[in-house]
Write a protein that binds this ligand. Structure first.
Ligand SMILES: Nc1ncnc2c1ncn2[C@@H]1O[C@H](COP(=O)(O)OP(=O)(O)OP(=O)(O)O)[C@@H](O)[C@H]1O
Length: 900
């Protein structure tokens, strides 16, 4: 305690000894003198005194001196005991303490310290005299236990003056002053330290008692400790045992509330894999559903993709593996309890009193719950994170203060043995197979062992960010695998943008691809613009069909058929003639071939939709918004043309004429347009793996395109997944983040990065390798979970099964539309063909006349396809003729056009 008292000394008393080589010498000398003094005192015998000494009791002293320090020791001890009695023993102990202080150079030994010791010795001597203590051995202390000082001050003066009790009180006060002078400790701090010491001793006693009780309980009832194989059952059993019986009692009613007994839950092990042969295979179940859908769809008008992939079989889950269960080490409850006790003790040493709560072992981390005593602010526990990390020797800890929805604080530490979460376990989970999610994606398992299955359709877009090596790619692969195991190529299509080149190569031949995997950041912008155009054309179709969104559009024919069926049945029941039923859409005649530059196509099928030239202009409006130039209908000439051709269309509007769809109304449709509208449209999932690389090329354009997709694409069945390992504010801009509320953060290096991803700290405390924080759509609190692991072998197996059933059918006719997107192994954009040079000349002429440059302007004036016009813009930018795109602003013209 002395050390602690010294530590807690106030600043003014904590005068440091100056660093000096003499300190050590003086310190050692003091220790030696103190030791000799003590030895002389304990071995004192008056017979050792020489005859000439005034305290000698005999003429014939011992010839053999028994005192450990010889005659000198005997004389010193005799004189000391004569003067101060037994109180003199304080002196060697004080000297020892001072010697240590000198050696450690931590507290300065001053005259005040010695004065303090003197006061302590004298007052102790006086108390001995007043209280008649140690007075029996006259040969040792001839003047009594208090010696001469005691006799004089205690006996003669104080006892006569103040009486026994009064003198003792006064002497105790003076003793305290002496003690504070000698030790330099402030009295109040001393009291506090003593109080803490008592409290700590009491708590240690209680904790020991509790551990003993819990160990006894476990010994009596081993079933209370769940083993991995019977995890679910035993957790429930424990809950039932510990649930408070009868109604809850509250303090307001004057009754006491007994918190439930803490329990240990092991949710780390994966679900035991059993070969359930009687259960139908999941791929069969999903395929049956798909077949039903196809059957219910009206005759003949299925999109070409649906026809081509009619016999497509979903990859079986047997292609995915289970981990080797024998490698899973069972949890040792004693180890977990010992760590929890360490945490409780560490908190108690800072006067933060908590009680033990549940311990939950998850796949990657264990959550130790502690319940703060009444009146303790949880923030105090959170503030001690570093101290808890030190006490538990943990690299990183995370404190949940409090755990959402609970009255406890959670302290999360990484497990020594991590347990992987196989993706197969999630894909076989009820939530995935029978859940309500329209686009289910397997993400991971939380600390309580609950599977985290997200619904991409309701997210509607997802941001995945974290440092390199933290688990992003595995997460994205898990998402792709979930979708591949659930959707055929006609139901879902991917657009994969992979500037890192290597991440998505596994998927290059996937039949689900809508465009080839895009690896060139420059082409990524074209891909995103294509998505914007696809979105616009889908809205056109929704408007035509009077559907509000993707879901209603895809279900419209089935609903109509069902309604007609019901009407027919009702009419037949009444015996009335059959009512005239609403005609189902009949298949359109085979479309006339159209000029590629004037067509807009949808991902539903390469040949599903034909549009007139006027409609192409209207649909191209999307590009104007992206380019920041005025849309065509703001151009007087085009507006007049469009107005002349615009038909009154039944748009989803309310009685005020306001758009009630999920998005901005599409541009007006043209009179002569000619659609073959597919029965169903596939979902489109756009995956960008490494946004930072894209943001380096054309930040403003990319930002605008992403913002546009994320704002509007949800109702069109288009969903975006953006990943980055560079969570900086210039990559994840406010505009992008504002439209992607669902986030997954993997381990990052700083709280700042965590704030950029999640708008709160926490991701810096993750332990990597799939440990993640998932912010679900609309969820306020991030859920800590361990991401699902899908191995490269599993990906290959699933992809191979898909590839074996069909080649990808790319929707964008590269040559017609973009001239760019036909793959990444074509020319790198550096070589400009002579044909392009000609077009470029025409573009320059347009810029000269219009004094502005934009993709849409070239499209309109030169009748170019979108991709070719965009390519011209890129070449002009590369040659320094126009500036880079800056969102909505028109491109700056950097050169004097008359000089070219
Ligand atoms: N869910 C997981 N379970 C177990 N281990 C994982 C998990 N996720 C990632 N890992 C481990 O972490 C390693 C790195 O993961 P991954 O390649 O996904 O990181 P990354 O964040 O994509 O890195 P980079 O940005 O450099 O590509 C993997 O090779 C794997 O060993």
């Amino acid at each position: 305690m002395a050390a602690e008292l010294a530590k807690s000394r106030p600043a003014r008393a904590r005068v440091q000894e100056k660093e000096s080589p003499w300190n050590d010498a003086v310190g050692i000398a003091m220790l030696v003198v103190a030791a000799m003094y003590l030895l002389a005192l304990v071995s004192y015998d008056p017979m050792d005194l020489p005859t000439w000494f005034w305290l000698s009791v005999t003429d014939q002293p011992n010839l053999v001196v028994k005192n450990f320090v010889g005659r000198f020791g005997a004389m010193t001890a005799g004189a000391s005991l004569y003067l101060a009695g037994m109180a003199i023993y304080l002196l060697p102990f004080s000297m020892t303490w001072f010697g240590v202080c000198k050696l450690a150079s931590n507290v300065k030994v001053t005259g005040r310290s010695w004065l303090g010791v003197a006061l302590m010795v004298i007052t102790t001597a006086a108390i001995f005299e007043v209280q008649d203590i140690l007075n029996q051995r006259d040969n040792i202390t001839p003047l009594g236990g208090g010696g001469g000082f005691g006799y004089l001050i205690g006996g003669s003066i104080l006892a006569n003056l103040l009486g026994k009790v009064g003198s003792t009180v006064v002497l105790a006060g003076i003793y305290a002053v002496g003690f504070f002078l000698a030790s330099g400790i402030h009295p109040l701090q001393a009291i506090q330290a003593i109080r803490m010491e008592i409290t700590r001793a009491w708590e240690t006693y209680q904790i020991r008692r509790e551990i003993a009780a819990r160990e006894a309980e476990l010994a009596d009832n081993p079933a209370a400790v769940p083993t991995p194989s019977r995890r679910k059952k035993s957790t429930l059993e424990i809950k039932a045992e510990t649930a408070p019986a009868g109604p809850l009692v509250t303090p307001e009613l004057g009754l006491t509330f007994e918190p439930p007994k803490p329990k240990i839950i092991d949710s780390s092990a994966s679900r035991t894999h059993t070969e359930e042969t009687d259960k139908p295979r999941l791929s069969d179940v999903w395929e049956k559903k798909r077949a039903q859908k196809l059957e219910q769809a009206p005759h003949g008008t299925l999109g070409s993709l649906a026809v081509r992939f009619k016999d497509y079989k979903l990859p079986e889950l047997d292609l995915l593996s289970w981990p080797d269960e024998s490698l899973h080490k069972p949890t040792d409850p004693r180890e977990l309890m010992a760590i929890q006790d360490t945490i409780i003790k560490a908190l108690a040493s800072f006067n933060v009193k908590v009680e033990a709560g549940d311990i939950t072992r998850g796949p990657a981390i264990t959550r130790y719950e502690v319940r703060p005593v009444d009146g303790l602010r949880v923030a105090r526990i959170a503030a001690l994170d570093d101290d808890i990390a030190r006490a538990t020797c943990a690299e990183r800890i995370n404190i949940l203060a409090p755990i959402p929805g609970k009255d406890t604080v959670g302290i999360e530490l990484a497990n020594k043995d991590k347990v992987i979460v196989p993706i197969r376990e999630l894909l076989e989970d009820e939530v995935f197979t029978n859940g309500k999610a329209r686009l289910p994606i397997a993400l991971g398992k939380d600390v309580y062992g609950k599977t985290i299955i997200g619904d991409l359709a309701s997210m509607p877009h997802l941001l995945v960010a974290g440092a390199t090596g933290s688990g992003k790619s595995v997460c994205i692969n898990g998402i792709i695998t979930s979708l591949l195991c659930r959707f055929a190529p006609d139901e879902l299509r991917f657009i994969m943008i992979d500037p890192k080149v290597v991440e998505m190569q596994n998927y290059a031949n996937l039949p689900h691809l809508a465009v080839p995997v895009v690896t060139d950041p420059k082409k990524a912008l074209l891909a995103l613009r294509w998505v914007v155009r696809e979105m616009e054309s889908r809205y056109q179709m929704f408007a035509q069909e009077g559907c509000r969104n993707f879901e209603t559009f895809n279900n419209r024919n089935r609903k109509r058929a069902a309604a007609n069926e019901a009407r027919r049945a009702a009419a037949a029941a009444q015996g009335a003639p059959e009512p005239v039923v609403e005609e189902e859409p009949t298949p359109e005649p085979e479309p006339e071939p159209v000029q590629p530059a004037k067509s807009v196509k949808t991902s539903a099928g390469t040949d599903d939709v034909r549009v007139s030239a006027a409609f192409a202009k209207a649909a191209a409006a999307a590009d104007h918004l992206v380019d920041g130039t005025s849309p065509p209908w703001e151009d007087a000439e085009v507006a007049a043309e469009l107005e002349a051709e615009t038909l009154p269309v039944e748009l989803p509007v309310d009685h005020n004429g306001d758009w009630i769809g999920d998005s901005r109304p599409p541009p007006p449709r043209a009179r002569s347009q000619e659609f073959i509208i597919p029965d169903t449209l596939p979902y489109i999932v756009v995956i960008i793996d490494e946004l930072a690389d894209l943001m380096q090329t054309a930040p403003a354009d990319i930002e605008v395109a992403i913002a546009r997709i994320t704002q509007m694409a949800r109702a069109a069945g288009i969903h975006l997944i953006v990943a980055t390992q560079t969570p900086r504010a210039d990559v994840l801009t406010g505009v992008i983040k504002a439209n992607i509320p669902t986030r997954i953060a993997f381990q990052v290096s700083s709280a700042l990065d965590s704030r950029v991803i999640l708008d709160r700290k926490g991701a810096e405390n993750l332990v990597g390798k799939g440990d993640m924080l998932y912010v679900p759509p609309g969820g306020a609190q991030p859920i800590r979970s361990q991401g699902a692991l899908v191995t490269d072998d599993e990906i290959h197996a699933v992809v191979e099964r898909c590839v074996a059933q069909g080649k990808p059918i790319f929707d964008v006719k590269v040559d017609d539309e973009t001239g760019e997107m036909g793959g990444d192994d074509d020319e790198e954009g550096s070589g400009v063909s002579s044909e392009e040079e000609d077009t470029l000349e025409k573009c320059l002429e347009v810029i000269r006349q219009e004094k502005k440059a934009s993709t849409s302007l070239f499209q309109r004036r030169l009748k170019l396809g979108y991709g070719r016009a965009a390519r011209m813009m890129d070449i002009l930018e590369d040659r320094g003729i126009i500036g880079p795109g800056e969102g909505a602003k028109p491109r700056e013209i950097l050169v004097d056009m008359d000089m070219i």
